[in-house]
Design a protein around this ligand. Structure first.
Ligand code: NAP
Length: 287
């Protein structure tokens, strides 16, 4: 296994020796911690978590050897980078509670869905004027298996190094892209809600296999591998999905017969509607 220094040198990473603090030790925090610790991106002793639930505390410290701190204020004191991983409904209360301790040297990264950077800056600066480094992210559930898709949007005070740190953290749980904050609702509608669309498609294809006489296990296994393999083919060849589709569609063959049925059922328009509706709902909820 490679030493942590070697990994850093080879990839010119900037996260080394940074102390990362998680406010909230739930599902998303755990996914990121697991990704960072298992990829040796950071030493477990440089990860701190503030979490009220005792059984979660015990689990996280035993499983990942990270440090549990007594409260959010102690966490802020100990950390260079703060990851806000609590539910959106309590984020204001949590930020108000730590605002005195958060200074310009700290990078604040939020994973909370639907909470704009301006709200985070406002809550952290409510007593005094200060220019803060706030990054807003929108990860998705496949982060749990290190195959997440995370969009990163930077606030005004964020430096190139802060952005690099943010990418490094979320690359430990998958792929990252950078977008202006006004596109985060579209990201929510596409990759945030996207896993649910794909789960539904997998379920439907598996049902279809059963209808055609396959056992449930075989139908699901074939479907999952087909979805995974097709996605990897797009990613690894860099070829457009349209071109890859054309390559497996022979004249008068089986695939074009299946594609015709999908066109009749308006699959493409339905998926576009789904992303549009989810994007608009995300905007509505933020307001
Ligand atoms: N899960 C996802 O796939 C996903 C995707 C995109 C974005 N997000 C965002 O990630 C954030 C966290 O989601 P999650 O699914 O990880 O939720 P979660 O599992 O409920 O985790 C939140 C954790 O924060 C703890 N907590 C509550 N009050 C706290 C406080 N005052 N200080 C510190 N910790 C506190 C909770 O403890 P208790 O359970 O005891 O209350 C819980 O363990 C949300 O804002 C969500 O929008 C999640």
């Amino acid at each position: 296994m490679k030493e942590i220094d070697e990994i850093y040198q080879e990839n010119s990473l900037v996260l080394k020796n940074k102390k990362i603090g998680f406010i909230g030790g739930g599902n998303m925090a755990e996914a990121i911690i697991k990704g960072m610790v298992s990829s040796s991106l950071i030493k477990a002793s440089n990860v701190f978590v503030s979490e009220p639930n005792k059984s979660r505390q015990t689990f996280l410290s035993a499983e990942y050897k990270i440090k549990i701190v007594k409260d959010n204020l102690e966490l802020v004191k100990k950390s260079d980078v703060l990851i806000i991983a609590v539910k959106p409904q309590i984020i204001r209360q949590v930020l108000n509670g730590i605002s005195d301790q958060v200074d310009v040297k700290k990078l604040v990264i939020s994973v909370a869905a639907g909470v704009p950077i301006s709200q985070i800056e406002e809550a952290l600066c409510f007593r005094k004027k200060k220019k803060l480094c706030v990054v807003r992210t929108m990860p998705n559930t496949p982060a749990v298996v290190q195959e997440g898709a995370t969009a990163i949007a930077a606030g005004k005070g964020v430096s190139k190094t802060d952005l690099k740190i943010s990418h490094e953290i979320f690359q430990a749980v998958g792929q990252t892209v950078e977008v202006p904050e006004e596109q985060i609702d579209a990201v929510t509608g596409l990759s945030g809600s996207g896993p649910a669309y794909i789960f539904m498609i997998i379920e439907a294809l598996s049902d279809a296999g059963v209808k055609m006489g396959l056992s449930r296990d075989v139908a699901t296994e074939l479907t999952v591998q087909t979805v995974l393999g097709s996605a990897m083919l797009v990613r690894e060849t860099g070829t457009s999905p349209g071109e890859l589709k054309n390559r497996v569609t022979s004249p008068g063959g089986t695939t074009i017969a299946g594609l015709h049925a999908l066109e009749k059922g308006s699959l493409r328009a339905t998926l576009m509607d789904a992303v549009e509706k989810a994007t608009l709902r995300s905007k509505e909820l933020a307001e």
